[in-house]
Design a protein around this ligand. Structure first.
Ligand SMILES: C[S@@+](CC[C@H](N)C(=O)[O-])C[C@H]1O[C@@H](n2cnc3c(N)ncnc32)[C@H](O)[C@@H]1O
Length: 247
């Protein structure tokens, strides 16, 4: 197997998964992914003003948009960034046709993208952190610090390893044994969903990313969800103090 963190490798995994991703994600997480997306949106500090524009990084099927648009119904535009157009195309047809006027799409490796500096009032990302290694997380943290406008807000969440939780062995059994088994028996796939289990256990949790974001001067809150089975970071880019003009 090649480098599982090579963006082209990751793209191929998700291109192959895109047909079944939504069903798989909902059923195999017992509905937790939906709950965590909602909590990720709830954790984001309030958006500045009406008509805010921002990015959904590693947007996939746009599963977070209904939650985002429910909390902030005056969002002006969401630019979805994803390396796999398969995920996006399918989602736009099936789920989001009625909100298409507020969705833009950039098909790109987010780490290689040239999103303009200070172009976002918000950045959201759900379950898009695990397919990056620590060096890529550092680049993602730098990207966030660059694209957010001063005062801009963010929230990101990822399934994590609940270290120290007494039911952790059961959770790992689910990720490493049950998911691959479901895939082999029900989905007849090519190890793609099993890969998602591997990425999740390698990921650990979002604490390191929290530290990287803080190092860029962002205000960050780290949160554990459901005994640490998911973790998230949320916060804002601090707006510089405006000096009162000298008289
Ligand atoms: C697990 S899915 C999450 C999708 C969605 N945000 C959700 O809540 O279900 C991860 C997504 O990240 C995308 N992705 C992975 N690496 C990427 C990269 N380097 N640049 C952009 N998107 C990437 C994949 O194509 C996939 O759609």
């Amino acid at each position: 197997m090649g480098d599982i963190y090579d963006p082209q490798f990751v793209k191929a995994v998700f291109d192959r998964c895109s047909d079944r991703y939504i069903t798989f994600s909902l059923i195999c997480s017992f509905g937790f992914t939906e709950r965590w997306r909602k909590q990720c949106v709830a954790a984001m500090p309030a958006l500045p003003g009406g008509g805010a524009r921002g990015y959904d990084l590693m947007a996939g099927t746009g599963e977070v948009w209904p939650h985002l648009l429910k909390r902030f119904d005056d969002v002006g535009a969401i630019t979805a960034v994803d390396i796999s157009s398969g995920m996006h195309r399918r989602a736009m047809e099936r789920l989001h046709a009625h909100r298409a006027h507020r969705i833009e799409f950039i098909e790109d490796d987010v780490l290689a993208s040239d999103l303009p500096p200070e172009s976002a009032d918000f950045v959201i990302s759900t379950f898009g952190l695990k397919t990056f290694n620590p060096e890529q997380h550092a680049r993602l943290a730098a990207l966030l610090a660059r694209v957010l406008k001063p005062g801009g807000v963010f929230s990101m969440i990822e399934a994590s390893d609940p270290k120290g939780w007494w039911l952790r062995p059961l959770y790992l059994l689910h990720l490493k044994v049950v998911l691959p088994l479901i895939e082999r028996t029900l989905l007849r796939g090519a190890q793609d969903f099993a890969m998602i289990g591997t990425y999740s256990t390698n990921f650990g949790n979002a604490a390191e990313i929290a530290a990287m974001l803080r190092a860029h001067g962002l205000e960050v809150k780290f949160t554990k969800y459901f005994f640490g089975c998911a973790t998230g970071v949320a916060g804002r880019k601090i707006a510089p103090m405006v000096e009162p003009s000298a008289k």
